[in-house]
Design a protein around this ligand. Structure first.
Ligand code: SF4
Ligand code: SF4
Length: 163
C-alpha cells in the first residue's frame, strides 16, 4: 500500500507540474505579440529615441559643418575612437585660424557612450539611427565624417552686424 501511495503522490505531483507549465503557455498565447519580424519590418521599424547607430557630422546644403576642430570630443573619448587632424590658416584679416582637416571615427571601437556628442561645444556631431552596420571589412569601419571640400559653417550675422 505504501508503494501505491508513493506512486499516486508522484503522479499527482507530475500532473500539477504539467498544469503549471501549461498555464504559463496559455497565458502567453493570449498576450499581445511583441516579437519584431526582422528584416521584414524594415519599413516600419522605428528605433528608440536614444538609440545610437553611427557618429555623423551633419553638413548643410552648402557643404558646411559646425566642427571647429577644437579637439574636445577627441580628448573626452575614453578609448581613442576619434582622430582629428587640423591645419592653421590665415584669414583675410590676417588672423590665424584652426580649421578641420580630417575627422576620423572608428565605428568598430566606439562604445556609444555619447560623451563626444554631449561635450561638443558646437553641436557638430550627432548619432544617426542606422542599425545595419555589420560589414566584412574591418577597415571600412573607420569613417571620415567631414565631407570632401567641406568647411566650417559661416556664423549668421545678427541685425546689429555682429557675428
Ligand atoms: S560615443 Fe564614446 S566611444 Fe564613441 S566616439 Fe563618442 S566618446 Fe568615443
Ligand atoms: S566635433 Fe565638436 S568637440 Fe569635436 S572637434 Fe569638432 S567642434 Fe570640437
Amino acid at each position: 500500500m505504501g508503494g501505491f501511495a508513493a506512486y499516486l503522490k508522484s503522479w499527482v505531483t507530475g500532473i500539477v507540474s504539467l498544469l503549471t507549465g501549461l498555464k504559463v503557455s496559455i497565458v502567453n498565447f493570449f498576450r499581445p505579440k511583441v516579437t519584431e519580424s526582422y528584416p521584414e519590418n524594415r519599413k516600419t521599424l522605428v528605433m528608440p529615441e536614444h538609440f545610437k547607430g553611427v557618429l555623423t557630422m551633419p553638413h548643410n546644403e552648402n557643404n558646411e559643418h559646425k566642427c571647429t576642430a577644437c579637439g574636445i570630443c577627441q580628448m573626452n573619448c575614453p578609448n581613442g575612437t576619434i582622430k582629428i587632424t587640423s591645419q592653421t590658416i590665415e584669414t583675410e584679416d590676417g588672423k590665424k585660424k584652426k580649421i578641420l582637416d580630417t575627422y576620423l571615427y572608428n565605428l568598430g571601437q566606439c562604445t556609444f557612450c555619447n560623451l563626444c556628442v554631449l561635450t561638443c561645444p558646437s553641436n557638430a556631431i550627432v548619432f544617426s539611427k542606422d542599425y545595419e552596420t555589420a560589414i566584412f571589412t574591418r577597415s571600412k569601419l573607420i569613417m571620415k565624417l567631414n565631407n570632401e571640400g567641406s568647411r566650417l559653417e559661416e556664423k549668421k550675422k545678427s541685425a546689429s552686424g555682429e557675428a
